[in-house]
Design a protein around this ligand. Structure first.
Ligand code: PGA
Length: 236
């Protein structure tokens, strides 16, 4: 594991964007595993800036997102599809048909989960997976549980996640209680993983996840078993 501690959110974002852009330059048709949340916003901003300067071309790049709220459609400004369009996709030249986010309003959610995994397989797996980490140790929406969930699945969000994410909603009651999330197989089979975290409130869980016992009670702890993971942490 490569652990990089930096001084600011901007530095974390710049270094993460550097790794992602190197991946896209080396393999223009790579599959990027992408994340939502407040942590990666600066990374996406930096990538958009470099794209606008002509330094990166996403025209052959594919993306698969980690998760989506159940019940929110792409027009809902709290859906992760909406987040990705507005914080990243519309600022770069990735083709709409090459971007995949689980569909939270699929009639048959189990089928959606199965097809999401099949699609990732069909794309040849993920070349570089970007991850954030929740204060309960979740990655994607893989919440603490008694066992690691292998495949894309529907999950009941934990109270702490609902509370943490309520800052984006008008009322905590509006936060969806369920989500669809990629499971550990697609994440762990990514050729490379890039985990970013910022803020003092992430330090404790990051330490437990990266240096403590590997346990499904702290889903991110499974990342210790990945052969090529880079972690960038900014305290500020
Ligand atoms: P955050 O969320 O980036 O908004 O802190 C991270 C996560 O929940 O995975």
């Amino acid at each position: 594991m490569k652990f990089i501690k930096v001084k600011s959110y901007e530095e974390m974002s710049r270094q993460a964007a550097n790794i992602i852009s190197a991946q896209v330059i080396l393999k223009p048709n790579c599959v990027l595993g992408l994340a939502t949340g407040s942590t990666p916003i600066g990374t996406y901003k930096q990538l958009i800036e470099w794209y606008k300067k002509g330094d990166i071309d996403f025209s052959n790049t594919l993306s698969v997102n980690l998760d989506e709220y159940v019940g929110l459609d792409s027009n809902n400004d709290q859906s992760y599809r909406y987040f990705m369009e507005n914080n990243f996709f519309k600022g770069i030249n990735i083709k709409a048909q090459n971007t995949y986010v689980p569909c939270g309003i699929a009639k048959d959610l189990d089928k959606e989960c199965k097809e999401y995994d099949e699609n990732i397989k069909k794309l040849g797996g993920i070349d570089l997976q970007l991850l954030g980490i929740g204060i309960d140790g979740h990655i994607g929406f893989n919440e603490p549980a008694d066992s690691f969930e292998k495949n894309t699945h529907i999950v009941d969000l934990h109270e702490s996640t609902i509370e943490a994410n309520s800052r984006f909603f008008a009322d905590i009651a509006d936060v969806p209680k369920k989500a669809i999330t990629m499971g550990m197989v697609s994440i762990m089979q990514a050729k490379r993983i890039l985990l970013i975290a910022n803020g003092k409130n992430k330090e404790d869980i990051l330490n437990k996840a990266l240096f403590g016992p590997i346990t499904p009670k702290i889903p991110a702890s499974i990342l210790q078993l990945h052969p090529d993971i880079t972690v960038i942490y900014s305290e500020a």
